[in-house]
Design a protein around this ligand. Sequence first.
Ligand SMILES: [Zn+2]
Length: 65
Amino acid sequence: MQTRPYRPRLGTVPAPTPEPSMHLIRGRWIASCPSCGYQLASARLQQTAERRARRRRCPVCKEVA
Ligand SMILES: [Zn+2]
């Protein structure tokens, strides 16, 4: 029993990281997945939260994909 290595086809490159949706909650910026709402990052500064969120992949959506 052998498992074949998964080879993604050329041209089916996943879309670039989607824009995280930003919410200001009680003085903190929460960056969450635009698809499922999973919280990716939070910070006092919007920029910081957004930057952190961009580096992360939503674990929920990753499972589905
Ligand atoms: Zn998600």
